[in-house]
Design a protein around this ligand. Structure first.
Ligand code: N01
Length: 545
């Protein structure tokens, strides 16, 4: 259905719902609203294909830190049975193939508009509808607006002096060229040693002639113990998918692991070392879940894990001076996103790799020929910015979102994001955020968090429709209480002890507020279920039209 338009205007489309993004969130949201509820849905996607994060982050070595059998959708049992993962930690091309398969299998592409960015979304109070504008000049009006824009989709390249003068090739890990980058025979700079840097550095080092790694903060990293998936393991998992997913849904971090209930103080030094060593050999997040339960909340516990990892770094890196620079001492283990690596520290034993410690020689500028620090020049052909993202709120700030009375979301969030359940914002009726700030999102295995949110959104819209209602938004008091709760939960955690993107500390001028919900997936799910059972407690539901 199209509304009448002035002759020089692009036609306005009218739909029930607009979904922004076609990654895990947008694909499943499309399926729920369109195929299980029969709504007219327009999905708007900036990329030329589905995949979201996995469409954009194609840097060498990109893969997920969640094990493959649990990094997928669980809404369709046949889908789970028919898809075979080949790697223990799924690599970017394989995840993209999986999401493409999901899109094909459920015919999800036919209402996705690719190569289109949402530029603005304004709430029209009289009509009780959102007016969405795209960079293709289109206007779409809808009853419900749902963002599936990811938490880490707004790439951030620091505004280094001279950045634009560089004469070589420069790439951000989160916007990697689809045709790939050939590092053969090249001198390469990688700036940044977070997850993206730690994954890409060992792979680039193998190809490049020379690699300079510019490190500002030394990192703790746990070996992934990556490998192919054993057919027998895959078959075993498939037999038990219901139980595995149920366990993940009702866990702290969305993983089906048994979490040991054991304090670092419950054992003597020798036994503690043995337990850390065993967990280290298992690798990945199991190092945290299978060692001691108080690493997250006890500074002393975290320090014991930190000391163990420091010893491992020193054992791995041959040159003690390089090891010294790689050993993290300025933040506790677990205060930043835990890094999972494959041969990261080993890479510094290669003769073609040089670690540049930006604490000792701060980065002064980017020059036409490379990177200049206060100690000298590093001439390179390619610069890789592994410098992260304007996380969680950044993707929202890139759109002009205005709620009731024309209030701008960026203004409302000027001192930090305000949400109820990380799902909705007071004053922005019928706008739902999948894995928004204030929800567990980035502290969990994402597909588990996404499915919970998408189901909650779909069920909420169905609830409104069944009762002849057409408007929902949080009660401002409930929103305030939720934000306080989110802040309170973060206070005792290690997360408050480092400058991380969780706190917005990587973006100059961004308010320092812990953005995700640190109470765990299970607690959060329980709270959401209670809210619904109590008649959408904390929300105001009404009929306008
Ligand atoms: O970004 P980051 P990322 N000068 O912000 C450095 C997810 N992810 O893309 O630590 C010099 O973590 C910065 O230094 P410092 C995952 O959730 C997941 O790596 O701020 N350096 C840091 O070293 C992850 O946490 C996966 O001192 C500067 C780096 O750049 C999130 O995405 C894979 C600088 C940025 O690290 C983000 O990871 C990849 C400056 N001005 C990503 N500014 C998997 O699941 C920043 N840096 C595997």
């Amino acid at each position: 259905m199209s509304a009448p338009t002035a002759p020089d205007e692009a036609p306005t489309r009218e739909v029930d719902a607009v979904v922004i993004g076609a990654g895990f969130s947008g694909l499943y949201m499309n399926y729920r609203l369109r195929d299980t509820m029969g709504l007219d849905v327009a999905v708007i996607e900036a990329g030329s294909g589905v995949g979201g994060t996995w469409y954009w982050n194609r840097y060498p070595g990109a893969r997920c830190d969640s094990e493959s059998y649990m990094y997928c959708f669980a809404f369709d049992k046949d889908l789970m049975q028919e898809w075979d993962w080949s790697s223990k930690y799924p690599e970017q091309p394989e995840i993209l193939r999986y999401l493409s398969h999901v899109a094909d299998r459920f015919d999800l592409r036919r209402n996705i508009q690719f190569d289109t960015r949402v530029t603005a979304a304004h709430f029209d109070e009289d009509a009780n509808r959102w007016t969405v504008k795209t960079d293709q000049g289109e206007t779409i009006r809808c009853s419900y607006l749902i963002t599936g824009i990811g938490c880490l989709s707004a790439g951030q390249i620091p505004n280094f002096p001279g950045r634009d003068t560089f004469g070589g090739e420069a790439y951000h890990t989160g916007a990697w060229p689809h045709e790939g980058v050939d590092f053969t025979g090249k001198r390469v700079a990688v700036i940044g040693t977070g997850s993206s840097g730690v994954q890409s550095i060992p792979v680039i080092a193998k190809q490049a002639d020379r690699l300079f790694v510019f490190q500002r903060t030394a990192q703790y990293a746990i070996p992934a113990r990556h490998g192919t998936v054993d057919r027998a393991v895959l078959d075993e998992v498939k037999l038990d998918y219901d139980a595995i997913y149920d366990k993940a849904r009702w866990s702290l971090g969305g993983f089906p692991y048994d979490i040991v209930d054991r304090s670092v103080y419950s054992v003597d030094d020798e036994e503690r070392e043995k337990i850390f060593e065993q967990a280290w050999q298992e690798g990945g997040f199991r190092f945290v879940f299978n060692s001691f339960s108080d690493l997250r909340l006890s500074v002393e516990g975290s320090e014991m894990a930190a000391e163990f990892i420091r010893r491992k770094i020193r054992e791995t890196v041959h040159d003690p001076a390089v090891a010294d620079k790689l050993v993290p001492t300025d933040h506790p283990f677990g205060s930043k996103r835990t890094l999972i690596d494959t041969d990261y520290f080993e890479t510094y034993n290669r003769p073609n790799v040089t670690l540049v410690d930006l604490k000792a020689e701060p980065l002064a500028e980017i020059t036409p020929t490379g990177v200049r620090t206060e100690a000298g020049d590093y001439d390179v052909d390619i610069i890789v910015y592994a410098t992260g993202f304007d996380a969680m709120t950044g993707p929202f700030a890139r759109m002009d979102i205005r709620g009731a009375g024309g209030e701008r979301l960026v203004d409302k969030w000027a001192a930090g994001p305000l949400t109820y359940l990380g799902l909705m914002v007071a004053g922005f009726p019928n706008l739902f955020m999948v894995t928004g700030p204030g929800s567990p999102s980035v502290l969990t295995n994402m597909p588990i968090a996404i499915e919970q949110h998408v189901d909650l959104v779909a069920n909420t819209i169905a609830h409104l429709s069944q009762r002849g209602l057409d408007r929902i938004e949080p009660d401002p008091a409930a929103e305030t209480a939720w934000v306080e709760h989110v802040n309170e939960l973060a206070k005792p955690t290690m997360f408050m002890h480092a400058n991380s993107w969780y706190l917005g500390a990587n973006i100059p001028g961004k308010p320092r507020v812990f953005m995700p919900y640190a109470g765990g997936m299970s607690t959060y799910r329980t709270r959401c279920n209670e809210v619904v059972a109590n008649g959408y407690e904390g929300f105001v539901l009404s009929k306008v039209g």
